[in-house]
Design a protein around this ligand. Sequence first.
Ligand SMILES: Nc1nc2c(ncn2[C@@H]2O[C@H](COP(=O)(O)OP(=O)(O)OP(=O)(O)O)[C@@H](O)[C@H]2O)c(=O)[nH]1
Ligand SMILES: [Mg+2]
Length: 457
Amino acid sequence: MIETAQKKALLVGVQLPRVNDLEVQSSLAELGRLVNTLGFDVVGTMSQKRSGEGGATVLGEGKLRELAKWTGGPGFVASAVKVKKHKAAEKFDAEKEVEDVLEEMEEETESSEEIGQADIVVFDCELSPSQLRNLESATGVTVFDRTGVIIEIFSRHAKTKTARLQVEIARLNYVAPRIRETGGSEGRGGGIGGKGAGESTQELDRRRIRDRIKELKAELDAIANESSVRSSRRSMENSVALIGYTNAGKSSLMRAMTGSDILVADKLFATLDTTVRPLVPESLPKVLLSDTVGFIKKLPHDLVASFKSTLDEALNADLLLYVVDASDPTFRSQLEVTRNVMKEIGAEGYRSWLLLNKRDRLGAEDITLLKAEFPDAVFLSTRESVDLKMLREKLLGFFEGDMVDEELLIPYNVQGAVGDVRRQMRVLGEVYGDRGVTLSVRAKPEVLAKLRARYSI
Ligand SMILES: Nc1nc2c(ncn2[C@@H]2O[C@H](COP(=O)(O)OP(=O)(O)OP(=O)(O)O)[C@@H](O)[C@H]2O)c(=O)[nH]1
Ligand SMILES: [Mg+2]
């Protein structure tokens, strides 16, 4: 675990061609929330236009010096670990020169800005191990990339055995190539089973990590076998999965609809495990809801793989509810990211609804515009009981699709039938007559047939 007491973080974005300013800013704002979730304070942000995320230090020389002013580092790399030259290396070098000239011009206009003090730097992209090393040498402080931050949050929030194993595998895969000869187990490499005597070389550390990953994978497989038995049993029931970007309100909805006390927090990645609960009050037909891990842009690939099995639970669902925080101006791209990952794991073709949540934060005008843009979406707030009731009815309606409505006349002298009806069917109305009670019910035809046969009614 990283020591986080009052760490001051500087965020650095790299603006690639075809990425507009707004996207860079919103991505940096999101990185800020991730960093806050880890307990760091954000003291500043900076970004630079670059043609790619390559190069020994990602940033140009001038920008690197500017960065070092925040951290008190030298501002250059004593002996840069060269990033492997590729075919387009010459072109890349020429581009870099132009970039550096542009950057010097840019720097002149920015240099009067007030500069604070940062003791950690977080890049909003994935850094290669050598880039990370070079940047740490130039800044003199610990450098993280977005992947490292997300992995750290996941490791802190993982609670169940499965989530802990999955996160640990992703973390070790991330850490292995970043281990250094000296102090390799500090900071992001810390806590990997502890370093034994005589095992200080990189090679040994890496081998130990590979072995550990193998062990963890075997453990995970054993658990997966058990739970596939459990979920295949569950697939007999009506099930709905809540899917969506982190902080969209999935767990809030789950709590409100199932009366469970699962964690809701204004934090990113509050939930890492799938929870399954029936609707409360219990409904007929019975409907199970499952809450899942949230999505994020640039989700590290290893984590997508790790959480695939968590999301597999969602693939057992009959219906997917895409939950969106409609009050977030970037929700469209969040939805796109979510849908793309779901497509990757094979959820294409699933029945789904779009839920535009947090409507309490929207003005009437916003709602009108959104209704025109998303005519089929369900608007709701997890804080409005009328909305929750409406969603519940809509869900029951969905699962009642293959049910029929009938009237059952149950004579007063037939014992037990009314109880059975209430347990197995949805009662829409009841009328007490001379001979017995007439119940208007909605149920699956086979359930009705069984009951009629049993009580001869
Ligand atoms: N204003 C408003 N806030 C909401 C609503 N629904 C949820 N929230 C808040 O949004 C934040 C995130 O809610 P969660 O339910 O934890 O979000 P989540 O989708 O489960 O997030 P992850 O577990 O990180 O994927 C919390 O602070 C909630 O109180 C809503 O309808 N209106
Ligand atoms: Mg949640």
